[in-house]
Each structure stands twice: as structure tokens, then as C-alpha cells.
Design a binder for this molecule. Sequence first.
Ligand SMILES: [Fe+2]
Ligand SMILES: [Fe+2]
Length: 358
Amino acid sequence: MNAHTPINHPALDKPDTMALAKQETMLTPRFYTTDFAALDAIDVLPVRAEWDALMAEMVSDPNKRHFKRDASFDGVIDRLEPELRAEFIDFLVSSCTSEFSGCILYAEIARRTKNPDMKLLFRLLARDESRHAGFINDTLKDAGIGLDLGFLTKAKKYTYFKPKFIFYAVYLSEKIGYARYIAIYRQLAAHPELRFHPIFKWFQEWCNDEFRHGEAFALLMRSDPKLTSGLNVLWIRFFLNAVYATMYVRDHKRPMLYKHFGIDPTDFGFRVFRITTDITRQVFPIGLQTDAPSYRALLETMRETSDAIDAAVAQGGVVGTLKRVGLSLKAGLTFARLYLHPVDKMDVTPNVRMAPVW
Ligand SMILES: [Fe+2]
Ligand SMILES: [Fe+2]
């Protein structure tokens, strides 16, 4: 796409998907940059056999022909009832932005690293994410509301993370992405009458890509035991809580979407957390107690506080601003309590690789 071509600008009656994609809030997907030179020093020797097997699988490109839309997509978004359409579009924009965010980070690493293992991995990752983002964007374009991804590359702010933080954040987002897509896929496979858009039929093979991507980051972390021990366990705990809390709060802002999936967003969240925790045994020595009533109560407080912040922002003026400041403080304290909630110790699996069996 040419970044200078003003395509897909929303017509007056169309939702402004570019504005949605450009939003910078605690809940919206971020764009990242990192220390590219530091990645050159990575050595996958301790996990070489598993690494080579994974690379061979990715080079074979099992999903090469998977991401082709067909005529069943035509006009579906336009025919959805308005509330569902708005939330579904928000879901697609947020998914497309996060797929694309992965794509540009991975492509930039592939371009700048001199380490041949990293170059190969990140080139393959960028290939897949570009396909995923393009596929969702084609779906948005059906409704005349596609994103201008070239423009988004320039418009979004980039958050700098050291490579190890990229590994924690990206590993978790690949694995939770797998867990989310497979949970939705299974629900709609069991209840095809609820499948209001054909894109969900693509989710199984799609999430296998995400699963493989996560495997690569698991191998990278296992190749350097320092990354998952000592003080770094505190960072892992931070990222687990941040990712889980963000997902929980954001999914509850789409009640119509989940109603149409026939899943309660709370049940969905805990199902996804359980799958993710099961998978992260391959590398993280701790897991969050997401089934403990005390942890769940804190997530609920987080959700209520976030809704109250939205209401305060909508109210505006001095009173709204004061309320927002107080509530943001409450959200910060609630996050601290989530962080300090007891965790489960986990025995890391002997082999790193897992199969996507959920
Ligand atoms: Fe993806
Ligand atoms: Fe991915």
C-alpha cells in the first residue's frame, strides 16, 4: 500500500476506523521498538535441535494458501445490527492493529540484525503477521472501512523495550492470541448458528501460526536461563498481570460481541487465562491464580474502575477531571494488589516445544 494515497477514508456514515487504530490508551495495542544490536548476541545453541525443527516447520509455510477471503465475506459487516457491528469493527481494528504492530517490529528486527538465526526467525514472523493484518484489513475493506497501514506506521507512537521485555510481552501476546482465537473458534464450531461472520472459520489455522510464533520466543527465553530466573521473575509477574488485566477489561467493553458469541466475557476470560497458564509452563516458573476468588475480585475492581474512568472522561469539566485523577489512582493501586496477589510456582516442562491441543 502506498502511504501517500488517501484510500479508505471513512465516508460520513462510516465509523472512523483510523481514529480507533490511532488511539493511545492503556487498553489499545502498542507499537514497539528495541535494541537491535543486542539481538545479534543471542545464541540458540542450548535449544538448537528444537529451534531447527521449528524453523523448518515455519519455512515449510503450512498456512501459505490459508488467508484467502471468499465471496461469503461480501456485505456481511454491513448487514449486522448496529451495536454488534460497532463492537465487531472495534474488535477487528484492534486485532488488525496488533497483528500489524507485530509485523513492523518483526520486519525491522529482520532488517537490522546481523544474527542469521534472528534474521530467519523475524523474517518468517513478519511474513505471517503481514498476512494476518492484511486478511483482517481486507475484511474491513469489504465494508469500506479499511485501515491505511502505511499511514498508521507513521502515526502511532513507538514504545521502546529492551529485548528481554519484548520477549516477555510478545511471547505472552502470541500465546494469549492463540488462546483467544482457539476459544472463539471452538465455541463457534460447537454453535455454528452463532457464527455471524465467516472470518471465524479461519481462526484455527490462524491461531496455529500464533502458537508457533510463541514457541520461538519460548525457545529464545529457554536458551538463556537468566531471562526466567532471579529478579526477572518479578518482570514476568508484571507482564502476566498487565496482559491479563488489559484483556479482561477490554473484553468487557464489548458486551454485544460476546453475547453473539454465546459466551459470557468473564467465562471467556478465565478460559483463555487457563489455556495461557497451561502453555506458559514451557518457560515461566510462575503462574497467576486466575481461578482464586480473591484474584477474580481484583480483576472486577479493575473493570469497574475502568468503566468509572470512561464515565468521568465523558462527563468532562473540573469535576470529571478530578474524578478521573482519583479513579486512575485507584486503578494503579488495584494493579499493585493484582501484582502482589500470591502466585503458583510452576515446574518448567523438560522439553520446550508443545503442541496446540486446546
Ligand atoms: Fe498474527
Ligand atoms: Fe503472531
